[in-house]
Each structure stands twice: as C-alpha cells, then as structure tokens.
Design a protein around this ligand. Structure first.
Ligand SMILES: C[S@@+](CC[C@H](N)C(=O)[O-])C[C@H]1O[C@@H](n2cnc3c(N)ncnc32)[C@H](O)[C@@H]1O
Length: 270
C-alpha cells in the first residue's frame, strides 16, 4: 500500500506515542518500519533514514542529501546565479530573504560603494545579522537592512519605483499556494514596479517541496504579475533533478530539485 507522507507521519507519531510506557507495545510497534527514530539503534532492523525506520530492503538508493556532493551542488547553483545576475559597479539590488547575507555580501562586493543593496528578511535574527554587516562595511558600502513584518510584505515601500537593477529571491520565499494566488501576484507585481524596465528578478528554489509551485506554475504567476519576459535558466546537467531519498513500504520519497527563473518587466531580451 502506498502511504502519503502525511499518512506515514501520522502512523509514526501514533506508534511512538504507544511506545511511551509500554514494553509490550514497544515490542509490537517500536522500531518497526515507519516508526520514528533518532538513531539506528531505535530501529529493529534496517536503518533510521530522515527520522523514520526503514526496512533493510528499503534502504535509500543514496544519501545525496547528506553528502558533500549536495553541498557542492548547492554552492555551484549560487555561483551560477551570481554569474547570471551580471552585477556591475553602481547597480541597485534587492536581496529578498537575505538570511545570513551570503548573496548580500557578494552583491555588495560587485556593486561597490556607488551601488546600493537592500537586504530584507522576515526573521529578526537575520535582520540583526544584516544590520551588523551594514555596520562592519560602514562607508565602503551602501547596505540597507529591511525588517519585513508579513510574508507578503516586500518591505521595499521606501524604495522608489523603477529604481532597481536586480531583485533576487534565492531560497527564501516559497510560493506554496497558502496565501492565495491574488496575494502572490500582488507581491510579485510590487517587486516588478520597483525594477527598471530592463531590470531582472531572479527566483531560485533549490529543493521543491511537494506543495510548492514548480517552474511552470511560478512562471505563469510571474506573467500574471506583469513580467513581460520570463525564462527558465537551465540547471547544470550533472545536478540530479530527482533523487530517490527514502522508500517505506510502497511509498517512495523523492527529492526534486527546484528551478531558476529570470523575469523582466519589459518584454524584450537584453
Ligand atoms: C534558506 S534562507 C536563504 C537565505 C539566502 N537567500 C541564501 O540564499 O543564503 C531563507 C531566508 O528567507 C527568509 N524569509 C522567509 N520568508 C520570507 C519573507 N516572506 N520575506 C522575507 N524573508 C523571508 C527567512 O527568514 C530566511 O532567512
């Protein structure tokens, strides 16, 4: 029987609750395929994979997600995007969901003291880190950290319309359909208004969760939001697009690589 991820988790949670306080129940339920685990010794046989006991015959096809290869591929993706952004001295850039500021720092290095980078984040801890970064670089760079207060608030209200050369959204916002299409469209249209006509929005999602929009759906949303040009940037061919990471019973969990999209307000290619 094929179980959905939700069903699997419900079964595992129920089994682990039974485990508490009952030795017989432990023998009956715990450590079986599908039970929650934190360590291989929690499972009677097979392995503990991503927190779930799997049978020996279900051991995952590979451990890509925990490998150095995964790390390298993710770093390569970031380098590919930074090259694609073609940042130059004096450019004005917004890094949406800047996190620890890795891309922000790279952007600051490229746009120089005559450029300007706005780095937004919804997590106050990230904003504190971005403020520290702004203090460290002082007069040698123009960095404006922005605290975002709601998931569909761009935080760029003070940025003049038509003034940005690039907006990048790298593994930050995920368009999961939970805020509704209208809110997502309005959010992306607000970013479009901030861009120069030939400016570019780069969107990268590294791992595509099952509930997130894929490239085609996201591209359609961008067009609805008024972007005249939307294109998918090919991922390097040797980065696997889909990796089977866990198998429990008949259910197969597959990690799907996300996408890179570039969108411009104007219709023409540059
Ligand atoms: C995985 S990190 C990626 C950080 C960075 N872009 C990078 O590539 O290293 C995701 C960041 O997006 C932020 N984030 C999530 N939703 C957001 C939103 N609606 N607006 C702004 N930031 C958001 C999170 O707080 C987190 O710092």
């Amino acid at each position: 029987m094929a179980l959905t991820r939700k069903q699997l988790r419900a079964v595992a949670v129920a089994a682990s609750l039974v485990c508490v306080g009952s030795l017989t129940a432990w023998w009956l339920h715990c450590g079986r395929t599908g039970a929650l685990c934190g360590d291989p010794s929690d499972c009677r046989a097979g392995a503990c994979v991503y927190g779930v006991c799997v049978a020996p015959e279900d051991t995952p096809a590979n451990d890509y997600l925990y490998s150095a290869r995964w790390h390298d591929d993710s770093a390569r993706m970031r380098r590919l995007i930074l090259r694609g952004l073609r940042l130059r001295s004096g450019m004005r850039v917004a890094d949406i969901g800047a996190g620890q500021g890795v891309v922000t720092q790279a952007a600051l290095d490229r746009v120089g003291p005559s450029g300007h980078v706005y780095a937004t984040d919804i997590d106050p801890r990230a904003v504190a880190g971005l403020r520290a970064l702004a203090q460290r670089c002082g007069a040698t760079c123009k960095l404006t950290p922005v605290a975002v207060h709601a998931p569909r608030d761009t935080g760029l209200g003070d940025v003049p319309d038509g003034s940005l050369d690039r907006v990048c959204m790298i593994n930050s916002l995920s368009f999961q359909r939970i805020f509704g299409r209208a809110a997502d469209r309005t959010y992306l249209a607000t970013l479009r208004a901030k861009l120069k006509p030939e400016g570019e929005l780069w969107v990268h999602v590294d791992v595509l969760e099952p509930w997130e929009r894929g490239a085609a759906s996201m591209a359609a949303l961008l067009r609805e939001a008024g972007y005249g040009y939307v294109a998918q940037v090919p991922m390097p061919a040797d980065i696997p697009a889909a990796v089977p990471v866990i198998r429990v019973g008949g259910w197969q969990g597959t990690l799907r690589r996300g996408f890179v999209l570039v969108a411009r307000p104007s219709a023409g290619r540059s």
